[in-house]
Design a protein around this ligand. Structure first.
Ligand code: 8GP
Length: 833
């Protein structure tokens, strides 16, 4: 069954003009690009709403088990292109617009990014939503509708400055406010024991009530009519409270309280993992968890009356520990509000949750001070104590009185600041605990959660991350998309990405190689134009475009990259003319945001800009080397940068990156990787170019340069020993020289940069010193390979061909089958033929 709305160009034109006139309220005879974008977006939204209604009604009728994906962060980026592509009507829209005198691409550029997240974890959530919709899973996403997304990064005189991202300034055409879907969320107050029907129970008398209102964002699947929902909550004042204040004549305070309620969802915390102990952050967590659970329970109760069936109908996914209060909230609702016996409630809760952790080190795990939790959520603290008491008693029976182990495993940490360990709570109460790559999952079993793994080995699983090929090839790289469909003879790879392996047989085909190089050139041109417009730096398309874009962090080692660039610069400066003629030209591109309070990361940005200034203005060097820092790296910029890259760098100190998903996007776009063996890189090597596979191109095991990547650096198991040894005796000459240039003021600001140099020459915790030599060797190998365009192109084709395993479709299927126990529920549609 199709919808009311027609998708031929004439109908689309009418709809766009209708929205110009009546939604945007501009004359249909005179409107600009932004107004045209708004009207276009509203016309797409109409179609999304129609499909979303059909999907929800169908789910309601079939009543399948549903998965609920709880995440405090979603980095969605832009919606327009993604939506029309998934709806299968991009070309029709392009036609309709061109007859009106507009270009689809130009209008698409009018859209701002929805940046309701920080980095990897948040973008992963967005990719996974796309896969859930495309694979027809009955799923929902739940999160917070921040008014301020991730800060905008502005570079002034080379320094990062943060500006607020008030992304809702011009409205958000994609969302629908559901004024009737609201729930009260309680905070503070006291807990009193009451007798109800002869039973003792706990009544929570809150000190503050805030209303959560739902904003629905449709997520269309590709090649299906299914369109699922990302429901984001915003705070608004509770009517009840307002009335009381107004009745007592306290008008001003009533208005101020309105604002206070809205504050809860006003701002995304930009820090990676340093919001421990902040009250507003905890409020945000509970606010979104409580509203989501009320919504989920309401939906369940619409069709069921017995909570025994709850785990048969509901799977709850915890995206890291940020939503883990959901565990306690369900317990509270079942015991205090539904009056289930504690043991029965506990039984139900233990069947609901699947937990995925994205952290690598114990210090990264979230802890909530007991005082804070007790004051904000007094009843929840009691419940956590009860859960912990039962758990520890049970544990004593299993492992005896091993107090060290008991205290390590306890949900309550008895330290100077008594705290609740959210990760322990999540592991205890979840039926599955997932790592995000093989290496990471092993780390969880042997280090982070060793004690728990020994107790419950069956809980621990690996769900290697993936990214969506719809966004990262179809939307961002249309030329590559067309070429893939042509050579594979089908567009079916867009839903079944394993088909990309079919390219392998043509990897040496001269025609494909020719077309492949053309596609890369087109994408490099687009990137070069952006770079010139943004920085004034002209770059040569013949140069290797070498990219490192991700959050700035010491463990991600952007500093190693910059030191390598200085070394390259120094070498070129010291060459004669004939030596220079042999240099493989490079355009080095670095981008990413530093958390506002992360001083070292901010220094790294400044160093990058200082070095860029020097190199880019040095006529000796010319096109042989350029360095560009791309400000305000976000999803829509990634869509320009990634397709234009020849080489991408993933330099984390081994053992520090849980997975890494950027590498997968570059890989899909035929980009070669220069990387350490960390996180998901290890699996990428296994999949497309491991030494074991016998497919080595530059077979040199000492350098570990494999077929499709340039690998370097210490391996995970070598890191502790290298740290132990310290850097003093192994500072390579080249590294010492580069640090000397910085210290001596070659790039200015020498006082400011001393501490960066000290960190490398001092304890060198991230092993820049010890990896420097092998890093340069891998770089030299990349240069050598790039000098042979045919071979390079073959490697590039094989990268894309082998990238299928890193699709979020595979990850989501894994979750559905092994963690959530859900099945596809597909609305019968025109796509089924
Ligand atoms: C990231 C990990 O650092 C990265 O390795 C992984 O690929 C990604 O999650 C997806 O699994 N972690 C985060 O982004 C993270 O912990 N963010 C919290 C600050 C919100």
């Amino acid at each position: 069954m199709d919808g009311f709305l027609k998708n031929d160009p004439i109908s689309l034109q009418k709809d766009i003009l209708y929205h110009v006139e009546y939604t945007v309220a501009r004359s249909r005879f005179s409107f600009d690009d932004f107004e045209a974008y708004q009207a276009l977006a509203h016309s797409v939204r109409d179609r999304l709403i129609e499909r979303s209604h059909d999907t929800q009604l169908y789910f309601k009728r079939k009543d399948p088990k549903r998965a609920y994906f709880l995440s405090l962060e979603f980095l969605m980026g832009r919606s327009l292109s993604n939506s029309v592509i998934n709806l299968g009507i991009r070309d029709q829209y392009a036609d309709a617009l061109s007859q009106l005198g507009f270009e689809f691409e130009v209008l698409a550029e009018q859209e701002g990014d929805a940046a309701l997240g920080n980095g990897g974890l948040a973008r992963l959530s967005a990719c996974q939503m796309d896969s859930m919709a495309t694979l027809d899973y009955p799923a929902w996403g739940y999160g917070l509708r921040y008014q301020y997304g991730l800060f905008r990064q502005v570079i002034l005189d080379g320094f990062q400055h943060e500006q607020p991202d008030f992304w809702l300034n011009f409205g958000n055409p994609w969302e629908t406010e559901r004024v009737h879907v609201t729930y009260p969320v309680k905070f503070y107050g006291t807990v009193e024991e009451e007798i109800l029907n002869g039973q003792k129970c706990n009544a929570w008398n809150p000190g503050e009530v805030v209303e959560a209102v739902a904003y629905d964002n449709p997520i269309p699947g590709y090649g299906t009519r299914n369109t699922i929902t990302l429901r984001l909550w915003a705070g608004k004042p509770s009517d009840q409270r307002d009335m009381e204040a107004f009745n007592t004549g306290d008008y001003i305070n009533a208005v101020v309280s309105r604002q206070k309620a809205e504050n809860i969802s006003s701002v995304l915390y930009p820090d990676d993992r340093s919001y421990q102990g902040k009250e507003l952050r905890l409020k945000q967590q509970y606010f979104f968890v409580s509203a989501s659970m009320q919504d989920i329970i309401r939906r369940f109760k619409d069709a069921h009356s017995n909570f025994d069936e709850f785990p048969e109908k509901v799977a709850l996914q915890l995206n890291d520990t940020h939503p883990s209060l959901a565990i306690v909230e369900v317990m509270r609702v079942l015991v205090d509000e539904e009056h289930l016996d504690w043991n029965k409630a506990w039984d139900i809760v233990c069947k609901l949750f699947s937990f995925t952790i994205h952290a690598v080190i114990a210090e990264g795990l979230e802890k909530i001070p007991v005082d804070l939790l007790g004051s904000l959520l007094p009843r929840h603290l009691q419940i956590i104590y009860d859960i912990n008491f039962n758990f520890v008693e049970e544990l004593k029976k299993r492992i005896g009185l091993d107090y060290d182990r008991l205290s390590r495993m306890s949900i309550v940490e008895e330290a100077a600041v008594k705290s609740i360990r959210m990760a322990n709570l999540s592991v205890v109460c979840s039926h599955t605990v997932n790592g995000v790559s093989k290496v990471h999952s092993e780390l969880l079993r042997t280090k982070l959660f060793k004690d728990f793994y020994e107790l419950w080995p069956e809980k621990f699983q690996c769900k290697t991350n993936g990214v969506t090929q719809r966004r990262w090839i179809v939307v961002s790289n249309p030329s590559l998309c067309a070429l893939l469909s042509k050579w594979l003879g089908t567009e079916a790879w867009i839903r079944n990405v394993d088909l990309l392996t079919g390219l392998r047989e043509y990897a040496e085909d001269a025609d494909l190689q020719q077309e492949w190089m053309m596609v890369k050139k087109v994408n490099k041109m687009r990137l070069a134009e952006y770079i010139e417009a943004m920085s004034g730096v002209k770059v040569s398309l013949d140069a290797m475009f070498d990219v490192q874009t991700k959050r700035i962090h010491e463990y991600k080692r952007q500093l190693l990259n910059i030191l390598g660039i200085i070394h390259r610069y120094d070498c070129i400066k010291n060459m004669d003319k004939s030596q220079r003629s042999k240099v493989v030209p490079r355009v080095c591109i670095i981008g990413g945001k530093a958390a506002p309070g992360y001083e070292v990361a901010k220094k790294i940005i400044k160093l990058c800009n200082a070095v860029a200034e020097k190199i880019n203005n040095d006529t000796d060097v010319g096109d042989l080397l350029k360095l560009v820092f791309i400000p305000d790296y976000n999803v829509s910029l990634a869509e320009v940068v990634i397709p234009g890259a020849d080489l991408s760098q993933h330099l984390s100190t081994a053992g520090h990156e849980a997975s890494g998903t950027g590498s997968m996007k570059f890989l899909m776009n035929g980009c070669l990787l220069l990387a350490t063996e960390d996180g998901s890189t290890v699996e990428i090597i296994e999949e497309i170019g491991g030494r074991e596979s016998g497919k080595c191109y530059l077979r040199d095991n000492s350098l570990r340069i494999c077929f499709l990547q340039f690998l370097f650096g210490a391996k995970i198991h070598e890191v502790p020993e290298l740290r132990e040894k310290g850097p003093a005796h192994k500072l390579p000459l080249q590294c010492a020289r580069v640090l000397g240039l910085i210290r001596d003021g070659h790039f200015g600001f020498e006082d400011y940069f001393q501490s960066l140099c000290d960190s490398v020459e001092g304890d060198d915790f991230y092993l820049l010193c010890s990896d420097f030599g092998s890093y340069l060797e891998a770089q030299a190998a990349a240069d050598k390979a790039f000098a042979d365009p045919k071979k390079w192109t073959q490697m590039s084709i094989l990268s894309t061909a082998g990238s299928g395993r890193f699709s979020s479709d595979r990850t989501i299927r894994d979750y559905a089958e092994k963690s959530w126990g859900i099945e596809p529920c597909r609305f019968p549609s025109e796509f089924d033929g």
